[in-house]
Write a protein that binds this ligand. Sequence first.
Ligand code: ADP
Ligand code: MG
Length: 597
Amino acid sequence: MAIRILPEQVAMQIAAGEVIERPASVVKELVENALDAGARTILIEIEEGGRKLIRVTDDGSGIPADQAELAFCRYATSKLSSAQELESIATLGFRGEALASIASISHVALTTRAYDESLGTNLRIAAGQLIEKGSVGAPHGTIISVEHLFYNTPARLKFLKQEATERQHITTLVTRYAMAYPHIRFRFEADGRETIYTNGSGDLLDVIRTIHGLETSRHMLSIQPVEPDHSRTDIHSVEIGGYVGLPSLNRSNRNHITLFLNGRWIQDTSLSYAVIQAYHTMLMTGRYPVVILMINIPPHEVDVNVHPTKAEVRLRQPETVFSAVQRTVRHTLLEQAPSPQLKAGIVWGSPDWAARRDRLMQATKNQIDQMNLGLRYNEASIENISERSETSGSEEITPRKKLPMMRVLGQVGSTYIVAEGPEGLFLLDQHAAHERVLYEQFMSERVKPQATLSQELLEALVIELAPEQLATVETHLDTLRDVGFHIEIFGRNTVQLRAIPALFVSGDPADALFAAISDVECGEMPGEATAEQKLIGRVCKQAAIKAGQQLSFAEMQALVRQLEQCNAPQTCPHGRPTMLHLPAEELARQFGRLGAI
Ligand code: ADP
Ligand code: MG
């Protein structure tokens, strides 16, 4: 085929694909425009996950009548006039691409009125073509409605996820902007139901309370400025504000580390890592903090023009920002977080307790290593097994690594079972072992009728959820039902819980649901366990015998027998070891018996 220049409409649609990946991208562009226009109040309405309708209404500057049409042309912007200005961008937009892109793949209606105009303008555009233009009475500000997104790009349409997932992406996005701009009132309505409302008080903690709930906000610490370090004058140009969660407030993925750079939400693995590092030794492995950071640096220190949606940025001095983030977060934690060791009333099985146990176990393990006793478990095989069980989910195909028959000898510290086998001494973590047993029972019972899994509550429980939690529930309703949670959406931000997994009846049903929500929150990280597996792991964790619980001899024996039946007995469903092994020959070696008569 000969080389030809693509027709403009096709070129536009291709270009649009870069910026507009899904309905949430449209919301992002429209909200950013409203912010750039100095809006104080922004209303976002969507229908059917944004596919049918996205409407953003603001009370910003409006677009003058003679420029309304131009705003929809490619590279038409009021925010940039020379390449030089690119070096110090203070607005969220600057490429003049968004409106043109959106209009090329949807039906757009605009109503706008600039401050100094007495009449408003309205326009209708379909597939990039102007269909109607007129004057109307309208309030100051701008309303843009986007209907039938992707109607003329079937390839993109095909890749859209189900409505609830798209809605969740939009909820997350609005949540982020509401946090980044606490002095602006945000209202978000999905299918006529208001799910987010912030009051524009300017107080970030107010927003955190609305979005993450009162409980979470109580566990957040306000960022404390670090004492200036005179040897690091470079750090002075980095300003950091926001909130960091106490270590006890932790999650199973990094999605709750939210970073804003100069008012723009960014994705930056390295800066997220700086945050995680700041929590070093305060969190268990595999757990991540809840953090909201506002990082401000001089505009010329950052190039925002490297990513189509500007979610990734290039910093001129990444190490400077990295160390400023790490130092500030660490400082805030050390200054304000209560020391876990000194905290009274740690509850068995609580995250605090688990963290303490992990530290103790690590310390004990180090001591043993130092004594060169050679107490060991087969790390390689454990890693293999845990990897397989976390990612594939089908343990039926895991080659069965049989445990030897073991004879129970007793219990240590009400936490570990001591047993003897033909190959030496075994120390079992009773909680981890029971978790494994329950997990495999659960997986095999799933083929049985649902009734055996789920337990109806005597009285249905009405529970209030934060908007993001509700979105998560809606997205994973089926998964939650599969493991035994029967939930009905019940008005604004409330659900009715009718049944919970049978394994869970001894606990508080609401806590069970909260824990489950935190597990199924869409991680979308490759290699992570599926929402369902995580959820089942959680259910089993809650239901398992706790450490610190005295067990009778018969109970210990029963547990060891059940563990012997498991397909992957060496690890708990979260990948931690269930047992340590001190081989007979190692005992002999340590006692100088090797080769002795
Ligand atoms: P950019 O934001 O990169 O300039 P857009 O295509 O998003 O490009 O918008 C084009 C222009 O339309 C903006 O530069 C701005 O002048 C105008 N505009 C868009 N949305 C609004 C709004 N909500 N209020 C006022 N002006 C707007
Ligand atoms: Mg824009």
